[in-house]
Design a protein around this ligand. Structure first.
Ligand SMILES: N[C@@H](CCC(=O)N[C@@H](CS)C(=O)NCC(=O)O)C(=O)O
Length: 51
């Protein structure tokens, strides 16, 4: 963000609102931090630490 990379055409092609974070996983492009967290927890359930 400090360099303005989130405003470049390459980044805006991935996430038009220009917001971070974005997770690109193969054909999937996921925005919103909560959605990314849920996606990763579902993809890697063995890595989820439960208290
Ligand atoms: N609700 C979004 C918020 C995303 C957001 O506002 N990100 C900020 C950085 S924390 C951002 O990209 N700001 C750049 C801008 O608005 O130009 C999420 O949880 O991912």
């Amino acid at each position: 963000m400090l360099t303005g990379e989130h405003c470049t055409p390459v980044f805006l092609a991935v996430n038009p609102p220009g917001k971070l974070p974005v997770l690109v996983d193969g054909v999937h492009s996921i925005t919103e931090s909560v959605a990314i967290t849920l996606y990763l927890a579902e993809k890697y359930p063995d890595q989820v630490k439960r208290s």
